[in-house]
Design a protein around this ligand. Sequence first.
Ligand SMILES: C[S@@+](CC[C@H](N)C(=O)[O-])C[C@H]1O[C@@H](n2cnc3c(N)ncnc32)[C@H](O)[C@@H]1O
Length: 301
Amino acid sequence: MLNSSATLRPNPLGKLNFSFGSQLDQKLSPQTFTEWRQYIYDLSGIYFQDNKKYLLESRLQKRIKHLKIDTFEQYLQYLKTNIKREEEKKQLFEAITINETYFFRNQPQLDALVASIVPELFANKNGNLNKLRIWSAASSSGEEAYSIAMMLNELVLPKYPNLKVEIIGTDINYAVIETAQQGIFKEYSIRNTPPIYLKKYFTKVDNTYVIDQKIKNMVSFKILNLYDDGAMHMIGKSDVIYCANVLIYFDLESKIKVVNNLYNNLNPEGYLFIGYSETLHGISKAFRLVSFPKTIGYKKG
Ligand SMILES: C[S@@+](CC[C@H](N)C(=O)[O-])C[C@H]1O[C@@H](n2cnc3c(N)ncnc32)[C@H](O)[C@@H]1O
């Protein structure tokens, strides 16, 4: 006998199913979890440990409900075969990534840039540095990239008005890139922002904080998958790369691949910064460790 709430309807795979509306509360079987884990890993380098099965389950359920698909297996099939699979991959990345970030999250790394690295890059070029390129890789909604822009505008550009600054922010999640491009932020994002910056570079509109247009113009954002070798070859070289709080989602092999690509995307004498809780120990020996007040950076060459 059918449950009284069940209906007969076509699913996106074109077959008729008995559906139980939004009552999907099935669990990922061990085998389906393994298949999903491999699929996501092959696409993005993100590796769901065994203890993250529940997290993956709940994230996938949202998409399954939205698409009115009945099982995790069918959703995987959809992603592999459906004509709309490329569009759905974007939604998948939005569903499974963790995008926690906020302005001035790692102040010592920003201080290192303005107080030590920029002067060093000028010295390397005998004072004739024309262009500075900074990349916030895995930027999420852009708070890090905009923090860099504010610091440079405040503390570097007044001294070097002819310096051309290019800041790019990239992420695999299209939705956070859209937020970054809009430049409108919630209270949560500005909670660590020094009052002087908050006052000067944001306009409060209702419950949101709109970033100053000049700062917005200093930064551009685009979708980029750090695990995609082709895309990583296209991004171009930077003087400083901030790639914080994303390596933790990768396994050793994907960390090695991504860090190697980051290294290749740095100019000679360029610097890489990663998150507080992350290390390149066991991942790369190509960088030189450099100490700055309250933080460390990884230098190319
Ligand atoms: C926790 S946030 C870190 C944001 C920012 N870097 C910070 O430290 O505040 C991690 C970001 O990494 C992104 N991410 C995960 N895997 C990625 C990949 N393969 N390529 C690019 N971005 C990725 C996620 O979408 C997420 O926005």
